[in-house]
Design a protein around this ligand. Structure first.
Ligand SMILES: Cc1ncc(COP(=O)(O)O)c(C=O)c1O
Length: 311
């Protein structure tokens, strides 16, 4: 089985309880005019970023120091800091400001508690200096050289985790969904799903709802990550042949004024989901879920990737 081969070849550490449930939401589906809606509950395993971190931490000696970046309310930074601590590692994080919401404040506070060091840039333009300070400090925090994790964990090794999530989905459904909806930030999650859909031979439309600026969140970058991951798998000798044309993603814009700024469409979606006890965050989940409320959307059997874990 592909999942076992990948686990054997890349020896991820264990940070989450897999598989995450696939939850049917018939009442919410009816409210949206869909024939069926399922939630892939990545939130229950600590959020989508845990999938990637299992692979990014693989093989790191004890007390390694990881350096990464994100917005002040970045769940990637929080997941990295918490997971690193759980594995006996350390973290230094450089952050840039993002609009303050109740959610982003809660994440920032939790990150301050979980990370060994947080260097806050006061604006996006000064982020490189914050990274430099975090990197220098990281050299003093641990025994070996610091290890870099790109923003959002967008690395082909992390994409492996999201590919495994999609293979899981393949065992949880009797027939392919016609659409999968996922928030698109740095692209790793969507890349893994795209690869999984291609491997499963599904004709499912993968809709990646862009919640960050196009320079970060775009189709080209996502597909490139997916292809690099496919190459990484093949390098280990695992047979992984998916035609390039089968790796597909459809990017739709859901960002509004900017990353982290709540949108009217997103907040409307968040309110509807809340009526059915589905709790979405304003930065990712709500904006992506908003896609399902658009008048011009004609989808029926939908899987929504529920990515956000409350701190
Ligand atoms: C809660 C949540 N959902 C979705 C995403 C988007 O994932 P990706 O950056 O892999 O596109 C992120 C990224 O940080 C996230 O924190």
């Amino acid at each position: 089985m592909l999942a076992t081969k990948i686990r054997t070849a890349f020896t991820p550490c264990s940070l989450g309880a897999w598989p995450t449930p696939l939850e049917a939401q018939p009442a919410l589906a009816r409210a949206l005019g869909l024939s069926m809606l399922w939630l892939k509950r990545e939130d229950l395993a600590g959020g989508n970023k845990i999938r990637g971190l299992e692979f990014l931490f693989a093989g790191a000696p004890p007390k390694s120091v990881f350096v990464t970046i994100g917005g002040t309310g970045s769940s990637h930074c929080l997941a990295t800091a918490r997971s690193a601590a759980a594995q006996g590692h350390r973290t230094a994080v450089a952050t840039f400001p993002q609009p303050e919401t109740e959610t982003s404040r809660a994440i920032a506070a939790a990150t301050d508690r979980a990370a060994d060091l947080v260097v806050r840039a006061c604006a996006m333009v000064t982020l490189p200096w914050a990274v430099l300070r975090a990197w220098r400090a990281a050299r003093r925090l641990g025994s070996g050289p610091p290890r870099w994790i790109p923003g959002g964990g967008a690395d082909p090794r992390a994409v492996l985790g999201h590919l495994l999530a999609t293979l899981e989905l393949g065992t949880q459904l009797d027939a392919p969904p016609d659409t999968i909806v996922v928030p698109l930030g740095t692209g790793g999650t969507a890349a893994g799903i795209a690869l999984g859909v291609a491997w499963l031979g599904w004709s499912t439309d993968l809709v990646a709802a862009r919640v960050a600026p196009p320079v970060v969140a775009n189709r080209w970058r996502t597909l490139r990550l997916a292809r690099k991951t496919a190459a990484l798998i093949r390098q280990t000798g695992i047979e992984f042949n998916v035609p390039r044309s089968a790796i597909r993603v459809r990017v739709v814009d859901a960002m509004g004024k900017g990353y982290g700024h709540p949108t009217r469409e997103g907040e409307r979606a968040r309110a509807l989901a809340a009526e059915y006890a589905v709790r979405l965050d304003p930065t990712y989940g709500a904006k992506a879920f908003g896609f399902l409320q658009r008048a011009d959307v004609n989808v029926q059997r939908v899987v929504f990737w529920h990515t956000f874990a409350w701190p």
